[in-house]
Design a protein around this ligand. Structure first.
Ligand code: NOJ
Length: 552
């Protein structure tokens, strides 16, 4: 069934709430996405991934689903979804949904039933346990929830605890129950029959829980005991029956495990998102990147070395991380060349490339005040430190959020320089980044030197050289260099040399002599670069270039 079209693809992630608001209620919606389909066609992406747009009470902006077969009220109707799907397909763009099935909302009908009584037919859809301690009021184990506090919530009605690895409004499903697994397969089939082209599977590596939860280590939740069986079954019943792209979010995964669970023919995942490169280093508040480049390159290079039988996903940004500027490259006056340099370094790596909305404009982190944060993780942190750690704790938490809050990536898309960046005619659901007058799509579409135009060109070059980008080997060039990320992709006699300075200062790069001998064509550059690479390349701050080299 699988044609593996995804190996050539660049996928663009849309966070619907912040993409484009077509009805003026301050919240992005599906008709808004449809209006921007031509923009994405112009950019040249092959697929979009929509963060959840199902019915949800929005405790975690849609990652808490109350009905998997309906659309969130603020986003529109199923008819809007169908129209949007057609609009993308008619432009040759595929559509991936976000599959959030580690947990549901506590407002899902299954959970409402489940919590009613211990013998309810839906009781076993979730993970209920007796408490510990003399009065059985202590949680079954010491696991922590991702958004703060214990991962167990006591429910008075039935006198037991339920497990929630995220907020207490996101109870974990019990995948050991075969009815749950069939429900998930049916949900997938519902969307696949509509014509969606695959799924990004939210925290999918957590679905199988260790048998003895009273004594289990929380680490054992990553690729739990029955994970492979459950995924294979899902593939048989649904995912593997269609020509899909299945990408798993895989927090905590290590490299050997990743190779194992993305192995072609195993019917588990086509590729996964690991977190290693986005967890390294710190974000510097002062527009100076502070990630240790050697360490960062080392991680990326290691993940480029997946065996032939596995496939990878490459990305720098998503809705859960601050923007890559100024994390991996300097922002401020160097924002434009830095964003381009990052683009080149991403798009020519091996693997399916994922872009996040606004990355193609070089959007940056935002300056927030305490009241501006909207994300549950940020708000819970501020609430908890105020409660337990006093003013000093609150100060430290705010400093942390200024750098790491998920809110940074979720500010509304900057479409133009009119009010609210042209995102809405109403009151935006969250703060618009004040730099929208300078950074916005309308300006960038018109400017031949913009970040957007660079992405568009880079995507076109990537498509032209797709054999090399897809199948070429990867090796770092000048691996010890602390300022420059450079690598070569090789397929037989053909090579792509990608040199990207991520430094605010002039830098040099040592290029091996054999790469300077062939017949070179300069394919991309963000500043004046020589027509052919030289053994000692001098690079302006954040300069980048991509050469095609054919052996003579
Ligand atoms: C990962 C998602 O990317 C994140 O946004 C969400 O909060 C958690 N999973 C829980 O679903």
């Amino acid at each position: 069934m699988k044609t593996r079209w995804y190996k050539d693809a660049v996928v663009y992630q849309i966070y619907p709430r912040s993409f484009f608001d077509a009805n003026g209620d301050g919240i992005g919606d599906l008709p808004g996405i449809l209006e921007k389909a031509d923009y994405l066609k112009t950019l040249g992406v092959d697929a979009v991934w929509l963060s959840p747009c199902y019915k949800s009470p929005n405790d975690d902006n849609g990652y808490d689903i109350s009905d998997y077969r309906d659309i969130m009220d603020e986003f529109g109707t199923m008819a809007d979804f169908d129209k949007m799907l057609d609009a993308f397909h008619s432009r040759g763009i595929r559509v991936l949904m976000d599959l959030v099935v580690n947990h549901t909302s506590d407002e899902h009908a299954w959970f409402k039933e489940s919590r009613k009584s211990r013998d309810n037919p839906y009781r076993d859809y979730y993970i209920w346990r007796d408490g510990t301690g003399p009065d059985k009021k202590r949680p079954p184990n010491g696991w922590r929830a991702c958004f703060g506090g214990s991962a167990w919530e006591y429910d008075e009605t039935t006198g037991q605890f339920y497990l929630h690895l995220f907020s207490k409004k996101q109870p974990d499903l019990n995948w050991d129950n075969q009815k749950v697994r069939q429900e998930v397969a049916d949900i997938c089939n519902f969307w696949l029959q509509k014509g969606v082209d695959g799924f990004r599977c939210d925290v999918i590596t957590y679905i199988s829980k260790p048998a003895d939860l009273y004594h289990a280590n929380q680490r054992d939740v990553v690729v739990g005991p029955n994970w492979k069986t459950y995924m294979r079954e899902l593939s048989e019943r649904s995912l593997g029956r269609y020509d899909t792209l299945i990408v798993g979010e895989a927090a905590g995964i290590d490299f050997p495990r990743a190779c194992e669970i993305t192995k072609e023919g195993e019917d588990l995942l086509d590729m996964l998102f690991h977190f290693e490169h986005v967890e390294v280093g710190t974000v510097c508040a002062k527009n100076q990147k502070s990630t240790d480049l050697r360490k960062w390159k080392g991680i990326l290079a290691r993940w480029q070395a997946l065996p032939e039988t596995s496939w990878g996903a490459v990305y720098y940004e998503n809705h859960d991380r601050p923007r890559s500027l100024p994390r991996f490259a300097p922002a401020g006056p160097l924002r434009v060349p830095a964003a381009k340099s990052l683009a080149a370094s991403l798009l020519f790596q091996k693997g399916t490339a994922f872009l996040y909305q606004g990355e193609e404009l070089g959007m940056t982190n935002c300056v927030f005040r305490r009241a501006d944060y909207r994300d549950i993780q940020s708000r819970n942190l501020l609430r908890d430190v105020r409660r337990y750690a006093g003013p000093l704790g609150a100060y430290i938490a705010e400093r942390h959020l200024r750098r790491y809050a998920r809110d940074h990536a979720r500010t509304p898309m900057q479409w133009d320089d009119t009010a609210n960046a042209g995102f809405t005619t109403g009151t935006p659901w969250m703060k618009v980044n004040e730099n929208y007058r300078e950074i916005n799509a309308r300006q960038e579409l018109d400017d031949p030197d913009s970040v957007f135009r660079f992405y568009k060109d880079a995507l076109a070059v990537r498509r032209r050289y797709i054999d090399l980008v897809r199948d070429g080997t990867f090796s770092l060039v000048d691996a010890a260099n602390r300022e420059v990320f450079a690598f070569v992709r090789t397929l037989g006699e053909k090579r792509l040399l990608v040199v990207c300075s991520l430094s605010p200062k002039p830098a040099g790069c040592a290029v091996p002599a054999d790469l300077c001998k062939g017949k070179a064509t300069l394919l991309l550059q963000n500043t004046e670069m020589p027509a052919a690479p030289r053994e000692t390349l001098r690079l302006a701050p954040c300069a980048c270039a991509v050469w095609y080299i054919e052996a003579e």
